[in-house]
Design a binder for this molecule. Structure first.
Ligand SMILES: Cc1ncc(COP(=O)(O)O)c(C=O)c1O
Length: 501
């Protein structure tokens, strides 16, 4: 009897859920997981809908999940007080303003940010935070918008504001092998002529990629500041399982979506902004709530100071206070414990996907991006391969997963630059696809030879080894030895393999 079999026989807890051998091997490989056991009881008590509905939820980069306590706190608050539209002095209004201000304080506390240095602007989501910056940033001829190829479209879209005002947009390329950018490329694109002198511009990158899970180095913030850039650090995918300490790093603009961190409420995000950088933004319009005073007869207005000048219209005053509770919930779970769990499960998911094989010994899965847990978060992008090495249609994989009750994602996840690098596409491939009239996502993917795009699984605070094993087992049993052409028409181009299998 091998030692694993002996352990399984002596420990009944190994015989629940997934294959006991895999469970035992996982616990041996990731002893830190045992320190996150408290999250198993939290899952049972606070997220009962997961197991009651047989859900295998692996889309935490899409959205976090709400705990019952959060919902209770929301209804208790609404039952216990009268909260009115904030922009007034009446008691119901003042009650809302007080809770919104407490939520601002909680955000600053969570990020260890000084209220003297940073302002918290409540927005609808991270995308609207990006838009606030893009539409008001002082782009102009001679100015630059520099960003990593790895960015969510809500950051890519800022280039349209830059272009409209005559600034140049430049992308920092990714290494196809690990979907990271090196410091040298960052330096080169920030200072194309080697000049260290300040030049006007905005530099944007995600603290964590929503495609590959890569965590880009926060040292780039200082690198860019030294070269005269303002820095937008997209923290939307990073915050759910990582600490961002704004007393240690000082990005100018930090967009966030809170539902990604704690699931509820949706429709509340933030732009956390350095007050000094915020004061340099020039808003292209004003709205209810944003002005100190406006005149119709005089045709003038003055914007309210700081946060208020950026919060258009009535804020989501029945939901913004939930952010305070959501952050206290994360504190209760302990962000370090969440981080540990996410790291252990990510490591196991990577290991299992990379080890999966067809009967002929060929790899069953290609992971896009880093293959271990160093410098990455809990988001794993991958493709399923046929025995001959061609790509399986990601939509077929997602369909099988959905039938099995597994929530994963397909496509490019609103991050076309990372997807292009992952699949080794060249500029001429995408130009050719556009010339072929491939303007829908399906047509584009067919023309570029990446049917359905990639697959993405992401783990969160109450993910378990059973969740991860459910996905790997589905892939092994459903796609092992399955020929590519069972999934429909063959794609036009061969998959370009830039990464050794
Ligand atoms: C890294 C990143 N940035 C920005 C966004 C946009 O967030 P939202 O859709 O909530 O505005 C997302 C959403 O997935 C994201 O992952």
């Amino acid at each position: 009897m091998d030692s694993l079999t002996a352990r399984i026989q002596s420990d009944p807890s190994l015989r629940t859920g997934c294959n006991p051998r895999q469970r035992a091997a996982f616990l041996d490989a990731y002893p830190g997981y045992a320190r996150t056991r408290s999250l198993d009881s939290v899952r049972a008590a606070e997220y009962p809908y997961l197991d009651a509905s047989g859900q295998v939820y692996l889309d935490y980069t899409g959205a976090g999940l709400p705990a019952l306590s959060q919902l209770d706190a929301h209804t208790a608050r609404l039952r216990g007080g009268c909260f009115g539209n904030p922009h007034s002095e009446n008691p119901a209004s003042a009650a809302s303003t007080a809770l919104i201000d407490r939520a601002r304080g909680a955000v600053l506390g969570h990020l260890n940010a000084s209220p003297d240095e940073y302002a918290v602007i409540f927005t609808q989501n991270a995308s609207s935070a990006c838009r606030l910056v893009g539409e008001a940033y002082a782009f102009g001829p001679g100015g630059r918008f520099v960003l990593t190829s790895d960015n969510h479209n809500s950051v890519n879209g800022i280039r349209e504001f830059a272009r409209a005002r005559g600034a140049r947009t430049e992308y920092i390329p990714l290494r196809p092998a690990d979907l990271r950018a090196d410091d040298e490329s960052v330096r080169r694109v920030l200072s194309p002529d080697g000049a260290e002198r300040p030049r006007p511009g905005l530099f944007a990158f995600p603290a964590q990629s929503n495609f590959s899970g890569v965590q880009h180095p926060l040292r780039w913030i200082d690198l860019a500041h030294e070269r005269g850039y303002d820095v937008l650090l997209d923290a939307a995918a990073y915050l759910p399982a990582n600490r961002l300490d704004l007393s240690q790093v000082h990005p100018d603009f930090v967009p966030v979506s809170w539902y990604k961190v704690f699931g509820y409420p949706t429709g509340v995000g933030c732009l956390v902004a350095r007050r000094e950088a915020l004061a340099r933004l020039q808003r292209p319009w004003f709205a209810g709530g944003t002005i100190a005073v406006a005149s119709v007869l005089g045709d003038w207005h003055t914007l309210a100071d700081d946060e208020a000048g950026f919060e258009d219209g009535t804020p989501s005053f029945q939901h913004i206070p939930d952010v305070e509770y959501g952050l206290s919930w994360v504190r209760q779970l302990n962000l370090d414990v969440i981080h540990e769990r996410v790291t252990c499960l990510t490591g196991w998911l990577l290991r299992r996907l990379l080890a999966a094989r067809h009967g002929n010994g060929a790899p069953l899965v290609r992971v896009h991006g880093p293959r271990d847990t160093a410098g990455r978060g809990g988001t794993v992008a991958f493709s399923v391969l046929a025995p001959d090495g061609r790509l399986a249609d990601a939509r077929a994989v997602a369909r099988e997963a959905a039938i099995a009750g597994i929530s994963i994602r397909t496509g490019c996840f609103c991050n076309p630059g990372a997807a292009e690098a992952a699949f080794g596409l060249t500029r001429s491939d995408v130009v050719e696809a556009a010339q072929l009239g491939a303007i829908s996502e399906d047509a584009y993917q067919a023309a570029t030879g990446i049917p359905g795009g990639a697959l993405r699984a992401s783990v969160g605070p109450v993910s378990s080894i059973d969740d991860v094993e459910a996905l790997v087992t589905l892939i092994e049993t459903t796609f092992g030895d399955r020929p590519a052409d069972e999934d429909g028409p063959l794609h036009r181009l061969e998959y370009r393999s830039l990464v050794p299998a």
